[in-house]
Design a binder for this molecule. Structure first.
Ligand SMILES: *Cc1c(COP(=O)(O)O)cnc(C)c1O
Length: 464
């Protein structure tokens, strides 16, 4: 029996590093990048080749392995780079959450490549306010008196609790002691922000009375948290924000609403059943915190809306410096917010809103049209099929949206891995043993790139 028949998958047919180093090409490579780097590149290439070996595919020949290894060294490809998201998950946390629209990305690049009036008032020639570039827009869009921008919503929550309730109690419903992901748990955040958690009610039911009974002279804040990533169904009751605001006013305790996703386009996206920023502000919450890169579709940022006096207190907290946003973020955020000034433009311009709003038939038409860019060999492996996209990013749990894309026939794990390690990398999803490429999260400009990547998977067949 040959090794391959024993299940070794041709592993023994792979050359050793020493063998590969003996050729003239390898010597040139060593001269250019050093023995250490070439050896490391060969080691990586051989490991990848070993992973990609199957009983059907023979081991690649030494010349190709060497070329692949030297290719790694010659392309000074950055580690962080653009990826095609064919998972159908619109706010994919691991793939960078919200993609920016071109105008916002350009604004960030422009401001980054030179000096800017970040903290300089051009009219007076005096020191300016870095937040002012965005805050007047935020307040105009949400109806708040004042606002502030920090690095992300986690920072917004910490800064707000630390400012309002240092050394005091924060009252929260037991049903809202949520974990957002990445170790961000509300009880821990309250404690690390220097306050004490006072949980009230039960997991599924809480009433205003429960909050009222817990209020003491050491209460610093009533906190309502939007349980972004799960839903409670059945025998459940919660206190409305309005009722908490009324209680807070009567007891002289501020109320904060941590929204998480922060929807601004609520009129067009009611199916998400996500609370809107405007309604929380209108309900009279002292503070409303939300993310820039969830449903807003902007850069990573934490946005805080609230009363002017409260915002002044937040601004004078020394922790604000630790949570300070960079000029690139502010430039991209300003551009994103400006897009919302004309809501119908935002729906077309902001990728997250556009992806959420595209009809399934339209996604399917794009998937079909893109088939025409494929070579005959690759097209044989592709069929267009209905799929289901989700919002992701720990938002709108249970929400699904009809979509469409390519089902690639063949060994799903191998195909998935090859696409993922290609250039540009394509991340798909394996469903029921098949590789699915959902077109909802592939924008029109990327269709050509996706077709080329799939073509490369089956390049050998075309040559035959
Ligand atoms: C997502 C979320 C956060 C954390 O926001 P980041 O922008 O990821 O830091 C906090 N609270 C809630 C309710 C969230 O949904």
């Amino acid at each position: 029996m040959s090794p391959r028949e024993t299940g070794d998958d041709g592993r023994r047919d792979l050359p050793s590093i020493d063998q590969l180093l003996r050729s003239d090409e390898a010597a040139t490579g060593v001269e250019r990048w050093g023995r250490e780097a070439v050896t490391q590149a060969l080691r990586e290439t051989l490991a990848e080749a070993r992973d990609n070996l199957t009983s059907e595919s023979p081991a690649p020949d030494p010349d190709r392995l060497l070329a692949a290894a030297l290719g790694k060294l010659s392309s000074d490809r950055p580690s962080l780079r653009l990826v095609l998201n064919a998972t159908g998950v619109i706010l994919h946390t691991n793939l960078g959450r919200a993609p920016l629209f071109r105008g916002a990305a350009r604004a960030a690049a422009e401001v980054a490549s030179g000096y800017s009036n970040l903290e300089y008032d051009l009219a007076s020639g005096e020191r300016g306010d870095r937040y002012a570039h965005c805050t007047h827009l935020v307040s105009r869009l949400t109806g708040s008196e004042s606002s502030l921008i920090v690095n992300n919503n986690a920072a917004a929550v910490s800064l707000a609790i630390n400012t309002m309730a240092l050394g005091r109690d924060v009252i929260v419903s037991r049903g809202e002691l949520v974990e957002i992901g990445g170790g961000f748990r509300i009880p821990d955040v309250i404690e690390r922000s220097g306050a004490f958690l006072r949980a009230v009610g039960s997991t599924n039911r809480v009433r205003v009375d429960d909050y009222q009974r817990a209020i003491t002279p050491s209460t610093g804040l009533l906190l309502k948290v939007h349980p972004s990533n799960f839903r409670v169904e059945g025998f459940a009751e919660e206190a409305t924000l309005e009722s908490l605001v009324a209680l807070g006013r009567a007891s002289d305790v501020p109320v904060m609403h941590d929204l998480g996703s922060g929807l601004l386009a609520e009129e067009t996206l009611p199916m998400l059943q996500e609370p809107s920023v405007r309604s929380s502000v209108a309900a009279g919450a002292e503070l409303v915190t939300w993310s820039g890169d969830k449903l807003l579709g902007g850069p990573q940022a934490g946005i805080i809306d609230g009363r002017a006096t409260t915002m002044e207190r937040l601004r004078s907290n020394p922790l604000l410096r630790a949570f300070r946003v960079d000029k690139m973020t502010l430039a991209a955020l300003e551009k994103t917010l400006r897009s919302y000034l004309a809501p119908e433009r935002a729906l077309v311009e902001i990728p997250v809103l556009r992806m959420l709003g595209e009809p399934a038939e339209e996604v399917e038409r794009r998937a079909r049209d893109t088939m025409e860019l494929l070579s005959a060999g690759a097209a044989r492996h592709i069929s267009v099929a209905p799929m289901r996209s989700v919002l992701g990013g720990g938002s709108a749990p249970g929400f699904e949206i009809a979509s469409a894309g390519w089902v690639v026939s063949g060994p799903a794990m191998v195909l998935e891995s090859k696409l993922r390690q290609g250039d540009p990398p394509v991340v798909g999803r394996i469903a029921e043993g098949e590789l699915h490429l959902d077109f909802r999260t592939i924008v029109e400009e990327q269709q050509r790139l996706l077709a080329a990547a799939v073509d490369r998977l089956f390049a050998k067949e075309d040559a035959e």
